[in-house]
Design a protein around this ligand. Structure first.
Ligand SMILES: Cc1cc2nc3c(=O)[nH]c(=O)nc-3n(C[C@H](O)[C@H](O)[C@H](O)COP(=O)(O)OP(=O)(O)OC[C@H]3O[C@@H](n4cnc5c(N)ncnc54)[C@H](O)[C@@H]3O)c2cc1C
Length: 412
């Protein structure tokens, strides 16, 4: 069978590419190795699908780090307003009830998936489930493809094969291997949007404790500072919750680069640093509570078990407020305003919501998402070396990049 465009991967990037290419009048075949389409899309946002946010393009791209500018042409070709308009015109209204995170109004990710699947059907996209692209090679003017179900030829090939994260929801490295077989380099895949791992046993013992507004930060050797804030949950081997998930990709990369642990700092009370805590501790002494034990007073601001653990770390587990010397107060304020931890990385990959790393952007033309190595080969979605934090960034990128890849591949 010869088709004009073959797309490998039936997630948001592949579906969006299929619709765009078929709208342009091309014959399209979409291969998905699983027996269902959009498995991660369905699970996203706890089944509610956080499909974008209210940031303008510049702010949106900045959250993807140094490489964020690569996304500009895709976001221009298919901005968030396009995605929301596309869904709305097909009966799935979206809203940002909190003023920032966009979800389908009825809270059903399946409705988002169904709009794209239905559109593919209307446009006669040949959807082949349980059919994995096994190998691909350029032969003359077209590609010769081998899949689980046989052989195919295509004028253009789009790899929308996603990342390696969360394998039980389809994460795999097949697409990265295909990219490598074409001579593309792949930036090492690491977990992102994943739990943070620390080796400090006092923190493990607090498993189950949650903080409403904590801050995590670390600096790399180059003195670049990374920081995240929000809800944080202690787990048996580190932290989970938005503040952990958001910093996890950068932390995984820093630990990987360092070849070992990285110093991570916790601020249990958001923007309270040592100075704010020192003022608080000083206020205990002039108070009628000055005869009380410091950790008891601290438990007014922090969960009891965390207050106990931090006072132990500061060597004042049973000290009364009035007995704290100036150096004790400094030490306790320092620990409270920046608790040191040894971070060993993030993960595991099977619990990561996204992959950091992927096909190197240096070998992809941002305005078409076409390979700079192999003519007619395009990329879309998470397979490329770009990852955003929690908050609808990655799904928006998948839909936008898919559309640009599909439109570009459809051009002669
Ligand atoms: C639990 C969870 C919750 C998430 N929640 C959110 C959220 O709320 N908001 C957000 O923005 N992001 C979220 N994400 C991330 C988001 O789902 C992904 O970034 C997004 O799905 C990436 O889209 P994609 O199309 O590039 O890849 P995928 O959705 O991974 O799709 C790629 C598809 O390609 C298939 N495939 C791979 N290799 C081959 C091959 N050789 N041949 C054929 N098919 C192949 C895979 O089976 C897969 O179905 C979440 C992720 C997880 C795991």
């Amino acid at each position: 069978v010869e088709s004009e465009i073959v797309i490998a991967g039936g997630g948001p990037a592949g579906l969006s590419a299929a619709v765009a290419a078929a709208e342009s009048g091309k014959g399209v075949i979409l291969l998905e190795r699983l027996d269902r389409l959009g498995v991660k899309l369905l699970a996203s946002g706890g089944g509610r699908c956080n499909l974008g946010n209210a940031l303008p393009p510049s702010g949106f791209m900045a959250r993807f780090g140094r490489n964020g500018r690569f996304m500009a042409p895709a976001l221009e070709a298919a901005p968030p307003e396009w995605l929301r308009g596309f869904l709305d015109a097909r009966g799935v209204a979206t809203e940002a009830a909190d003023g920032f995170h966009f979800f389908p109004k009825n809270g059903r990710s399946s409705d988002v998936l169904n709009v794209f699947v239905e559109e593919c059907r209307k446009l006669s996209v040949g959807i082949r489930l349980s059919d994995r692209l096994l190998s691909a090679e350029r032969s003359g003017e077209s590609f010769r493809l081998r899949t689980t179900k046989g052989e195919l030829a295509a004028k253009k090939l789009i790899l929308a094969t996603g990342g390696t994260a969360w394998s039980s929801l389809g994460g795999c490295s097949h697409g990265l291997e295909l990219a490598r077989s074409f001579g593309h380099s792949v930036v090492k895949p690491l977990p992102a949007m994943a739990p943070v791992l620390v080796s400090d046993s006092w923190a493990h013992a607090l498993s189950g404790v949650s903080l409403k507004d904590a801050r995590l930060s670390f600096s790399t050797g180059k003195k670049t500072r990374f920081e995240s804030s929000g809800e944080l949950l202690f787990t048996h081997d580190g932290f989970s919750g938005p503040a952990a998930l958001d910093i996890s990709g950068d932390l995984a990369a820093a630990c990987d680069a360092a070849g070992g642990p990285v110093k991570l700092t916790l601020q249990a009370k958001g923007d309270w640093g040592p100075a704010e805590w020192r003022a608080e501790i000083d206020s205990w002494r002039s108070h009628e509570d000055s005869k009380k034990i410091a950790r008891t007073l601290l438990a007014r601001s922090l969960t009891r078990s965390l207050a106990d653990a931090l006072c132990s770390l500061a060597n004042c587990p049973e000290t009364k407020a009035c007995e704290l010397k100036a150096e004790d107060r400094d030490r306790l304020a320092g620990i409270l305003g920046g608790t040191p931890l040894d971070a060993t990385g993030a993960g595991p990959m099977d619990k990561a919501m996204a992959m950091r790393g992927g096909v190197s952007l240096k070998e992809i033309e941002p305005s078409t998402l076409e390979s700079r190595i192999v003519e007619g080969l395009h990329f879309a979605g998470e397979a490329m070396d770009l990852v955003g934090p929690c908050g609808g960034y990655n799904i928006q990128w998948a839909f936008s990049s898919g559309r640009l890849a599909g439109l570009s591949a459809a051009k002669e």
